[in-house]
Design a binder for this molecule. Structure first.
Ligand SMILES: *[C@@H]1O[C@H](CO)[C@@H](O)[C@H](O)[C@H]1NC(C)=O
Ligand SMILES: *[C@@H]1O[C@H](CO)[C@@H](O)[C@H](O)[C@H]1NC(C)=O
Ligand SMILES: *[C@@H]1O[C@H](CO)[C@@H](O)[C@H](O)[C@H]1NC(C)=O
Ligand SMILES: *[C@@H]1O[C@H](CO)[C@@H](O)[C@H](O)[C@H]1NC(C)=O
Ligand SMILES: *[C@@H]1O[C@H](CO)[C@@H](O)[C@H](O)[C@H]1NC(C)=O
Ligand SMILES: *[C@@H]1O[C@H](CO)[C@@H](O)[C@H](O)[C@H]1NC(C)=O
Ligand SMILES: *[C@@H]1O[C@H](CO)[C@@H](O)[C@H](O)[C@H]1NC(C)=O
Ligand SMILES: *[C@@H]1O[C@H](CO)[C@@H](O)[C@H](O)[C@H]1NC(C)=O
Ligand SMILES: *[C@@H]1O[C@H](CO)[C@@H](O)[C@H](O)[C@H]1NC(C)=O
Ligand SMILES: *[C@@H]1O[C@H](CO)[C@@H](O)[C@H](O)[C@H]1NC(C)=O
Length: 471
């Protein structure tokens, strides 16, 4: 059955301009139309795919991880296995030779959050019982357990009475910052492992991270704001109160898993309601999802273009795991426009024009939002006892444990930084709000760059910095 709110949404148009202008009209009551629009949007995302190293070009590593989830859901929802093997291979490849999502080519840039996003993606594969192709020497669950073990080993009790640092290693400047994104992802991973395995060890971690997140003030347990984090030099006494949609999103997903795992425990229900309520008021602009922190100033960076996608995904997770949240959650994604009849995708420029940006992050976010229309089609998620692969190892990956506080100083690697390929400007997909939604994909010259044009696009190196609130 369709989500009742969607009956408001009788027509949504999406116009996608590719190399030459090519319009696509999406009528959400017409499944073929929805499917073909989503196929086009997916195709556009996959223009950035590099099959050699199994990641997106012109992007950051974590965005490939986040996109694995949207591709996996895409295949499941539309019963279309086009990218199933690609996702399977990419998850295994990016897990690296130690099967813990610390692959050698990302090792020197590793954030606890990056690893957490990949851990979440591989848990999606476990929960959807994705078939493994090629290397199958570890189960999806074991990869998730390894990511969890590696991240939780870095829990730092010396500073701030607990909590994870943003980055994993001391040669990264974000190592001196504790961030809610890293802690929220550890919380989520623990919750998903608790639900999947039933092992109380993971539930202990859920409680540990939750208690610290609220007692440190990173999560405001009165109004469910999630603040960005704090420099360690202040021992977390001075919190950066910026709010980003994805910080809230990753906690909200964790809470939804705990709600489901505890069969509707009121403790988690209150938290879930709290996050949904805060997201609905804070991350909406005239009923359209937005990230006010950068959108009010038009200064969203490459990471931030994808934040709303993580929030959309968390609403999808809430609906899947706590079906009672359906109407509220759907309202966030799909009550946009002055007529209240359209889904917002970027959503809040009131003149409805394209903002001239494109990239993996925007494309990913738009897909998350449109696929939300199909959230009712998600299958039930398996657990260890119902999975076709019962391999589980709670110590997987822990052979690589290192201490919390590194003394070593390793020279900062050259600017072969984080995405490597540098960065295209921004968004591809765009939606005009009103009765219609438009997505226009163009660059400044009216062209979408193909991979071989990317050499000509602007290269902007991003450096990790304590003051940058992003993944
Ligand atoms: C469209 O898809 C939905 C969800 O799978 C289904 O309930 C509905 O019957 C489909 N409608 C048509 C006309 O096929
Ligand atoms: C399956 O997905 C691929 C890639 O998005 C698309 O090209 C193809 O048309 C889809 N098949 C159907 C039946 O929708
Ligand atoms: C794709 O990945 C390979 C292997 O890392 C790399 O040599 C190549 O330059 C990449 N292609 C693009 C377009 O970035
Ligand atoms: C938490 O939220 C409440 C309600 O909005 C507010 O009064 C309080 O100041 C917030 N706490 C912190 C530490 O920001
Ligand atoms: C934070 O406080 C703890 C306990 O008071 C102390 O041991 C630690 O050195 C402090 N850290 C910093 C960076 O000041
Ligand atoms: C559309 O609105 C945004 C802010 O909402 C503004 O920056 C932009 O210039 C406007 N574009 C046009 C074509 O009016
Ligand atoms: C838990 O999630 C399943 C879907 O995987 C759903 O059918 C079930 O109703 C959820 N449990 C609760 C308590 O909402
Ligand atoms: C796991 O599955 C294998 C083969 O399906 C079976 O032989 C084994 O007993 C199972 N192990 C557990 C712990 O259920
Ligand atoms: C579980 O993982 C640990 C660490 O990688 C390894 O030493 C151990 O042999 C594994 N146990 C099983 C049963 O595979
Ligand atoms: C992880 O542990 C394995 C086995 O002990 C070792 O071969 C590998 O080099 C370690 N990797 C890292 C990144 O330390």
């Amino acid at each position: 059955m369709r989500i009742s709110l969607f009956s408001f949404l009788y027509v949504v148009y999406i116009c996608l301009a590719f190399f030459e202008v090519q319009a696509l009209h999406l009528n959400i009551h017409d499944n073929d139309s929805v499917r073909s629009t989503i196929n086009s949007m997916t195709g556009e995302l996959m223009n950035y795919w590099n099959g050699t190293d199994h990641k997106f070009v012109a992007s950051y590593w974590w965005l490939t991880g986040a996109s694995m989830t949207v591709l996996l859901n895409n295949g499941i929802l539309f019963n279309n296995n086009t990218y199933t093997d690609l996702v399977s291979e990419s998850l295994m490849y990016n897990a690296g030779s130690d099967y813990d999502f610390e692959p050698s080519d990302e090792y020197f840039n590793l954030g606890n959050d990056d690893q957490g996003i990949w851990g979440a993606a591989v848990m999606d594969a476990a929960e959807l019982d994705l078939k493994q192709v090629g290397d199958s020497s570890a189960s999806w669950l074991e990869l998730g357990q390894a990511a969890f073990n590696r991240i939780s080993d870095r829990w730092d009790t010396v500073n701030c009475k607990g909590g994870l640092r943003w980055q994993a290693f001391p040669w990264l400047s974000g190592y001196s910052y504790k961030s809610s994104i890293s802690n929220g992802l550890l919380f989520q991973l623990a919750a998903r492992l608790a639900r999947f395995t039933g092992d109380p060890k993971y539930e202990d971690w859920v409680n540990r991270v939750w208690d610290w997140s609220t007692s440190s003030g990173f999560v405001n347990s009165t109004d469910f704001s999630v603040y960005d984090g704090s420099k360690i030099s202040t021992n977390c006494t001075v919190i950066d109160h910026s709010q980003w949609s994805y910080n809230l999103g990753v906690y909200m997903t964790g809470v939804a898993y705990m709600y489901n795992h505890t069969r509707g425990d009121n403790f988690w229900k209150d938290k879930l309601d709290g996050f949904i309520s805060h997201a609905t008021s804070f991350f909406m602009n005239n009923d359209i999802a937005w990230d006010p922190q950068c959108e009010t100033t038009g200064s969203c960076n490459i990471d931030q273009t994808a934040f709303k996608g993580i929030l959309m995904q968390s609403f999808g997770n809430a609906i899947r795991l706590a079906p009672y949240t359906k109407t509220t959650a759907a309202a966030l994604a799909c009550s946009g426009g002055y007529s209240g009849k359209s889904c917002g995708v970027h959503w809040s420029w009131d003149n409805g024009t394209w903002d001239g940006t494109y990239g993996v992050g925007q494309q990913y976010s738009a897909l998350e939002a449109v696929q939300m229309l199909y959230v009712d089609n998600y299958p039930k998620l398996v657990t260890l006892s119902t999975s076709s692969d019962n391999r589980s190892n709670t110590t997987f990956g822990s052979a690589n444990s290192t201490s919390n506080n590194y003394e070593v100083t390793i020279p900062r690697p050259t600017e072969a930084d984080r995405g490597g390929a540098g960065f295209l400007t921004f968004l591809s997909a765009f939606l005009i709000l009103g009765v219609s939604i438009w997505a226009i994909i163009e660059d400044e010259e009216g062209k979408i760059p193909s991979r071989n044009q990317q050499g000509e696009t602007e290269i902007v190196e991003e450096k990790k910095d304590d003051t940058v609130m992003s993944v």
